[in-house]
Design a binder for this molecule. Structure first.
Ligand code: 4AD
Ligand code: MG
Length: 439
């Protein structure tokens, strides 16, 4: 057996009953008894049980497979046979094999603690659970991009190092930059706004960084943030676009990846049925619902994990909470002319307590309105707004400014919801959490 032998995916081997095939992968399970080794090999397409008979392979090959560990890499040639007893109903009768790399004893055994599995994340990623999440993640990135592409959006690439920021109100990571204090971006929105007069409908899909000390199941310190921004969208159009977008990702996942969903005990039918329009509650209405459910929240309070759960526990699709009090939303959101206590914005909350997945709004686009709003925010908060640092962004309101809106969607939050994961850390290969920056 040669290392460059022509191979087929394991999935295909399942359909080649009686025909000789060669497959390539990693040893997922192994046991030996009475001169036979039962080896489950995995590749990205699936797994298959291979039976190695000591009497039918060379001495060197037998020793190699007998000495191999879990996760040793191997190339195996044999004939697939139907066998009810084998996992998946097919078993490969091995004729020849090559252990590509035997290596060392794999450190992960059954029943390991969550912390240990995070310590060996680089290896735990090979588990069937993580393989399935990583496949779904990659697919969902593609479904999201495809939808935006079909709707005429251009992907843009913003800088992740900035000298301004702080617009969302969360804390940022400081970076020392040749003697100057700069930040890792918390949102690419301001740069997306600069690209609106360039390409009209744009989105950036990049990491955002949050130095919040929130130790919850839905906070990462580094996450993948998808941020569309579009000329002439108002808040209503923004919300209508968001519900179409999120429905499309859910529906496509249900159609293309039913097996992955079933692995996580998610009924594909439930995601297939998510359709616009989503339920809409003003902040005021949401507050009323919360108070009826026993919450003590009052006007001007932000909602927490428990409030989001109360609002969505019985929902099958996401809901919008719109027109939030201006005091708890950023300076770039315009005052709602119909209720001046509020701003023209909306958050989308995922069903069953998975929490906020989108924050979006109209943007103040006239210079005078912006200056007025900034002065008001300064008065209310008693802090000086650094107009110098934001000068380029303010500039956009001086030259051919147009009404525009946008939103930010946290991809890991969406993955957590759609795969019904307990914790956001599993929605990203190498999670960055308050107490973890490695591996
Ligand atoms: O609501 P946020 O802070 O909004 C903004 O950053 C806007 N500038 C976006 C825009 O309009 N372009 O964040 C948007 C979304 C949230 O709804 C949530 O899904 C996600 O980003 N998010 C997080 N995801 C994981 N971990 C965190 N710590 C997150 N913080 C926000
Ligand atoms: Mg938000």
């Amino acid at each position: 057996m040669k290392i460059d032998a022509a191979v087929v995916p394991i999935e295909k081997a399942h359909q080649s009953i009686g025909k000789e095939v060669t497959i390539r992968g990693w040893i997922y399970r192994k046991r030996s008894s009475g001169g036979k080794a039962f080896v489950v090999l995995r590749d990205v397409s699936g797994t298959v049980q291979c039976v190695v008979d000591k009497a039918k392979v060379g001495e060197k090959e037998w020793k190699a497979i007998d000495d191999a560990y879990l996760e040793s890499s191997a190339i195996i040639k044999g004939v697939p046979k139907k066998d009810e007893r084998a996992p998946g109903g097919v078993e490969l009768e091995v004729q020849d094999l090559l252990i590509v790399h035997s290596g060392e004893q794999f450190p992960i055994t059954e029943y390991q603690s969550a912390e240990f599995l995070l310590d060996v994340r680089h290896l735990w990623l090979r588990s069937q659970r993580m393989v399935n999440i990583m496949k779904a993640r990659s697919h969902m990135f593609r479904y999201a991009r495809d939808f935006l592409d079909k709707n005429g959006f251009f992907e843009i690439t913003p800088p992740l190092i900035t000298n301004a920021g702080g617009e969302t109100g969360s804390s940022m990571f400081e970076v020392e930059y040749f003697g100057q204090k700069v930040y890792l971006t918390e949102s690419s929105q301001l740069y997306a706004e600069a690209m609106v007069p360039v390409l009209e409908k744009v989105y950036s899909f990049a990491p955002s960084f949050r130095a919040e000390k929130s130790r919850t199941t839905k906070h990462l310190t580094e996450y993948w943030h998808l941020e569309p921004e579009a000329a002439y969208f108002d808040n209503k159009k923004n919300m209508e676009f968001q519900e179409k977008f999120v429905s499309n990702i859910a529906n496509t996942l249900a159609k293309e990846d039913p097996e992955i969903l079933k692995y996580f005990e998610v009924d594909p039918d439930k995601l297939a049925k998510i359709k616009p329009p989503f339920k809409r509650l003003t902040y005021e209405q949401a507050l009323k619902v919360l108070n009826e459910k026993g919450s003590k929240k009052k006007w001007g309070d932000d909602f927490g994990v428990e409030d989001e759960r109360l609002l969505t526990e019985h929902e099958k699709a996401p809901i919008f909470v719109y027109y939030w009090p201006k005091e708890i939303k950023p300076f770039y959101m315009p005052i709602n002319p119909k209720d001046e206590r509020t701003v023209l914005c909306a958050d989308m909350l995922a069903p069953q307590g998975h929490g906020e997945i989108i924050g979006g709004s109209e943007r103040i686009w006239k210079l005078d309105d912006l200056m007025e709003r900034l002065a008001e925010v300064e008065m209310a908060q008693g802090v000086k707004f650094d107009r110098k640092k934001y000068s380029w962004w303010i500039d956009l309101r001086k030259y051919g400014s147009v009404p525009h809106s946008g939103f930010g969607l946290g991809m890991e939050r969406v993955i957590k919801w759609m795969l019904n994961l307990d914790h956001i850390r599993d929605a990203i290969p190498f999670p960055r959490l308050i107490n973890r920056v490695a591996p």
